[in-house]
Design a binder for this molecule. Structure first.
Ligand SMILES: [Zn+2]
Length: 427
């Protein structure tokens, strides 16, 4: 009898005793330099207290429970885990091959396993969230996302689009027409009419995608305006955003007319379209290559001589449109669109886009904000992702050295990655 009372009392008192004791994954990070994504500034000597999977507090001289692990990082830069808002984990294209080769030559099982490897490399490069935008078979992106969430494989948290909604030709160009239709159907959700457009969004909702991606125009044909409007309206009804692959200004004008939430690439865009985007809060994902990314691609093509002046000249139109977009107040969201087979790891290839923004004249703070705070806004995860503040997810990347002073080198020198409050990478 006495024994059972004791058990009861002991269990009842247990929470009182544990108050003073930190849980096993309670960390206090002392950062020499800290990037505040919300205010878009670097701050010296900040403390970040993590408990469980979230941020408990950020500030100075924080009082933490006994047993909290202190991580001293006086010579490092601490930032929210990076977000890549435009990935293709299920796709790998050899630089000289047609984009359809990957689908034709490789089984879905192989592509899923390969994607798990890419996911791991993203995490090791400091990306703790990615948004995967199609070219992923029939919802293979979803399989990878779930496996990561359940801890079977390690990778960033994944938001996914499922198959891209497109017209009959998808994005498989230069294929014989007889093959094109069948291959497109294996990778895209081909839309035929307004009712079908509504049905396609509902299928995606039922498969629990996080975003709808459309290709407004392929090689030979595009979605009808009424189809796009139906897609946007239905997606919004179900609380999903719609993002559009659109490269040229006339297509951009059409997707803006249809009411999309974001535009991917936007390589050629007029000031009037930019003004419309800024006014309506439509974000832009400039998937720009850096000079090094171009050199990596050229090397994969066995080209040995690289003319950087020529590369810069080629990239100038992208720089011009990014500069105009920023001046006009368009929300810039970082996205790599990395899928080429080069010597770079997938995660580092994705980071070349951040290097590109730097080469295009963006301040380091703005680049980081595009890859954290702004990306979280585009993903509908404000205050939860892309920021280190009380209550946010404890997703953190630590760089060796001063990221602000020496951006392009430090960006590739990752010291530690924390996802969901757990140290997941520490080279
Ligand atoms: Zn893409």
């Amino acid at each position: 009898m006495i024994k059972s009372y004791c058990t009861l009392i002991c269990i009842a008192l247990l929470p009182l005793f544990s108050i003073a004791q930190a849980p096993s994954n309670s960390y206090l990070i002392r950062a020499g330099k800290f990037y505040d994504a919300e205010k878009n500034v670097f701050i010296k000597n900040q403390e970040i207290w993590i408990e469980g999977n979230s941020i408990k507090a950020v500030g100075n001289k924080l009082t933490v429970p006994k047993g909290t692990t202190i991580i001293e990082l006086p010579n490092a830069t601490v930032a929210p885990g990076l977000i890549d808002a435009h990935t293709h984990l299920l796709m790998l294209q050899k630089v000289d091959d047609n984009i359809a080769i990957d689908v034709l030559m490789n089984s879905p099982e192989y592509r899923v396993l390969r994607a798990a490897g890419f996911a791991r490399s993203y995490l090791e490069s400091g990306f703790t969230t990615i948004r995967d935008l199609g070219n992923s078979g029939k919802y293979l992106d979803k399989e990878v996302a779930v496996a990561i969430r359940r801890g079977f494989v390690q990778g960033p948290r994944m938001l996914v689009s499922g198959p891209i909604l497109s017209a009959m030709d998808g994005q498989f160009y230069q294929l014989p027409q007889k093959d094109q239709e069948a291959i497109t159907k294996s990778e895209y959700r081909v839309i035929s009419g307004v009712q079908d457009a509504i049905q396609a969004v509902k299928e995606h909702v039922n498969n629990m995608v996080d975003v709808i991606k459309i290709v407004a125009f392929g090689e030979r044909m595009g979605l009808e305006m009424e189809e796009m409007k139906a897609i946007v309206q239905t997606a919004h009804q179900y609380g999903l955003k719609v993002t559009a692959h659109a490269n040229s200004d006339n297509i951009i004008q059409q997707v803006l007319e249809a009411g999309v939430d974001g535009i991917e690439h936007a390589y050629y865009i007029s000031d009037s379209s930019l003004a419309r985007m800024a006014r309506r809060g439509v974000y832009m994902v400039p998937t720009d290559p850096s000079i090094q990314a171009i050199i990596d691609t050229e090397e994969a093509q066995r080209k040995k001589e690289h003319d950087t002046t020529e590369i810069k000249k080629m990239l100038q139109p992208l720089t011009d449109r990014l500069t105009r977009a920023r001046k006009m107040g368009v929300l810039i969201v970082a996205g790599s669109d990395a899928y080429f087979d080069t010597k770079s790891s997938r995660g580092n290839a994705a980071k070349q886009t951040l290097a590109a923004y730097w080469e295009e004249g963006m301040p380091v703070t703005d680049i980081l904000q595009a890859a954290t705070w702004n990306a979280a806004l585009a993903l509908g995860r404000k205050n939860e992702l892309g920021v280190l503040r009380q209550g946010a997810k404890a997703d953190i990347v630590v760089f060796n050295g001063d990221l602000e002073a020496n951006f392009k080198k430090t960006l590739f020198d990752v010291r530690m990655v924390i996802k969901d409050g757990k140290i997941v990478h520490q080279p």
